[in-house]
Ligand binder design. Sequence first.
Ligand code: DGY
Length: 319
Amino acid sequence: MGKPVIWITRQLSDATLNRARRDYEVIWDPADAPGSAEDIIAMSARVDGMIPCHSEHFSADVVAQLDPRLKIIANHSVGVDHCDLPSLKARGIVVTNTPGVLSDATAELALMLMLGAARHAVAGDQLVRSGQWQSWSPAMLVGKQLSGARLGIIGMGGVGRAFARKARGLDMEIHYHNRRPLNPEEEAGAAYHADLDDLLAVSDFLSLHCPATPETVGLLNAARLARLPKGCVIVNTARGNLVDEAALLEALTSGHVGAAGLDCFVTEPGGNPAFAAHDNVMMMPHVGSATVATRDAMGFKALDNLDHFFRGETPPDQL
Ligand code: DGY
């Protein structure tokens, strides 16, 4: 029997592409454009498996039109909100993701955004870069100190826990909300808040690390933003649709929210241009997991899942 045929939708790391080509017959377009619904449907008749990213959308409508040849979707992402899981399950298509391996990289980006937002990194950079820095004053770009401050974390999965570990090293006091409390070892002194509103009330800084599900979409709305202490700094490296962007913009304008660090937006690619009016908002284009080591690890995890599947075994990260 020949090698299974797989479609790799985007430009994965060289190490991933090389290993994939060694073990599979690979279809991959170096143009690196996101796969449209039409591309996904057409390709499903040509391949046994796919490695997509969160840029390819497997809606119920797309899934209904997939060719029966396609047996497995081995996502190159931990988030799977781009996949209609019940429809895929009903079609008998196996779906996997890449948990664990991107926790540190994403937590590092969250840390950068938290520090950057708290210490006016955007305004400071603009001032120096533009040649407009003509005087110095002790009143200039005065920010919010992290040490001793209370950090609220929503979602204590792999990324949330990695972020808590790093923030502890900055002497922050960790509070969290999660579907269930962690065990004391995982908790490492963090305070659990079963009620999200209770967490918000003590969060000088707030970072989102939960998946986008029907229960969490729009979670940070106007009412919840109002519960935060005045001047709170918000960080989102999870998914854009967890936040009501209009409400956040209003809270930034009123000063109730002091600053924000955003790697995710409701509309991607593109983001929300209205945030650009606020130089206390530091933004990145959804690159939380974009480090060399993590891109390799994600690609290898996706391939490990395919390898298990095509050997007739259950993939380790089957959902
Ligand atoms: C993930 O893995 O879910 C990241 O957001 C990148 O897709």
